[in-house]
Each structure stands twice: as C-alpha cells, then as structure tokens.
Design a protein around this ligand. Structure first.
Ligand code: 13P
Ligand code: ZN
Length: 273
C-alpha cells in the first residue's frame, strides 16, 4: 500500500494543482484542508507516527477533538505539491481538549501547517455542527477578480451576494445562501478566524477584503466548483464595470424569485430588496 495512492490524498493533490493552474496560488498563496473520515484514517494508520509534540492551535475547537486533517504547509508552494506531496502537505491530529494539534505525517523537510490553521479549524468546527458532519473541505485562495471587486464594491454581504448572483444565472443556485465579506484584517491569527467562522455559520463563501476567498463544501469537487463559480462571476462583473457605469439590463429580483421556485432553492429576501 502506498499512502499517496489513497483517493482523498490524490483528490487533494489534484485540486491544489488545478488551483495553481488557474493562477489562484502565486508563490505560497492560499491553503487548503480536508477533515479525514474515520475509515480513511484506519486505512492509513500504519503510515502515521505519534512522536511529535503538541502545539497550540490558537483557538478552541472542542467538537474537532480526535479528528485528523490533511492540510497544506505554511510557506509551501502549491506549484510543488504535485511532485513533492510529503514535503508540502501535513496530516495533523487534534488532541482531546480541541486546543492543540500534532503532526502525524508529512512536512518531511520541516515546517508547520498553514498560518491560517486557526481559520481552517474554526470553519471546520462551525461547518461540522451546521451541516451535520457533511462538510469536510475548506479551501482558501487568491483569485484576482474577487480581490479586485473588494476595492470598488461596498464591503457588504448583501452587495456582493446580489451583484454576483446577477452575473450568471447559475450563481443563485450554486450559492443560494449568499456570500459574507470580512473587512481588511491582519491574516493568520485568531481574530480573522473568529470573524470568518462567524460568517461561515450563514454562508459557504467568505471573501477577505484585498486578500482572497474561503469556501466550504462536502467534497473537493463541490468546494473547488464553488470557488470557480464565484470567481467566474466576479470576472464577468469586472468586465461589466469596465465597460459601463450602469447595467442596461440584468437578472431582476422577480427573475431570481422565479429561478428559486423552479430550481427549488430558497433565496433570502434580504438579498432581493
Ligand atoms: P501560508 O503559506 O501560511 O498557508 O499562507 C498563505 C496565505 O495565503 C495566507 O493567507
Ligand atoms: Zn491568503
């Protein structure tokens, strides 16, 4: 058996590589994590070692006690993951208090999990509860069009949600709950983790002003597809805003209500005013 042939690891490597190809991960930009299923852990147990010391997470995530995560390393380049996964990825285990973690596989040339570990784990904690254990992937990247919009739109959930819904008919169906926006904050710490995970109680997408995006989903395809959809919509909006001051026509609130009915999604009225 080869650990790197496990399906969840192969899929993780695939999406991080695709994300790099899309230009979302310059240098060490972005990070990703996957909450590993118990049966997957059982399968790879022979490859895990338990001799490393625990480190503080920086936030408390008691509902993640004993869970394992596959996660990118801090300062590691997404470009390099495909060829050297064991140097750039880590598997970590959360202790019984939910305050500490230890490395059980990976980062063979040294290093630590992403500096956004507090945000990843707080988001997983919220999503594990809110989705009855179904969400397992948190993905963070730096897509140019989403970031560009944070310089010109008001940093309000309602504005980003409505503008991005209007840019492509599929958007309200793909992210019916909407999008949350975090004002500019220093990344990599507890405060931005708390602000982001608060938004994750309501949304699957959180945009960090002048920085990037966090998405949550059940699996790799769904989560990656969500980033693709939001970024494509942002690209259309950037083009529209570059051409005109005002849209000549758009998808109206009535159109959105009709769409919601036919596609059986519920769109919060607060975004249809
Ligand atoms: P890391 O290299 O620590 O993952 O940081 C990259 C990043 O995008 C920070 O927000
Ligand atoms: Zn970042």
């Amino acid at each position: 058996m080869d650990l790197l042939k496990e399906e969840f690891i192969r899929e993780f490597i695939d999406i991080t590589n695709e994300g790099y190809q899309k230009g979302w991960h310059e240098r060490n930009g972005g990070n990703a994590s996957y909450r590993i299923k118990p049966e997957e852990i059982e399968h790879i147990k022979p490859y895990l070692t338990y001799d490393k010391p625990y480190d503080k997470i920086g936030v408390s995530v008691p509902n993640l006690k004993g869970e394992y995560f596959l996660i990118t390393g801090s300062g590691k380049y997404f470009r390099k993951i495909k060829n050297k996964p064991d140097e750039n990825l880590a598997i970590i285990e959360i202790d019984s208090s939910g305050q500490n973690y230890r490395l059980v596989w990976g980062l063979t040339k040294g290093g630590r999990p992403t500096s956004e570990l507090p945000t990843h784990l707080m988001n997983h904690s919220v999503k594990k509860d809110r989705t009855h254990n179904s969400h397992r992937v948190i993905y963070h990247c730096h897509p140019a069009n989403v970031i560009a919009l944070t310089f010109v739109l008001p940093l309000e959930d309602a504005v980003f949600t409505r503008e991005l819904w209007e840019m492509a008919t599929e958007c309200p169906v793909v992210f019916p709950d909407g999008i949350g926006v975090v004002d500019w904050m220093v990344p990599g710490g507890r405060d931005i983790a708390l602000s982001t995970s608060k938004l994750m109680e309501k949304y699957n997408v959180a945009i960090w002003a002048h920085h990037g995006i966090f998405c949550s989903g059940e699996d790799f395809d769904e989560t990656f597809g969500l980033v693709e959809t939001v970024e494509k919509s942002a690209e259309i909006l950037v083009k529209v805003l570059s051409m005109v001051n005002e849209k000549r026509q758009t998808i109206t609130p009535e159109n959105l209500r009709d769409l919601a009915k036919d596609f059986q999604v519920s769109l919060p009225e607060e975004f249809l005013q």
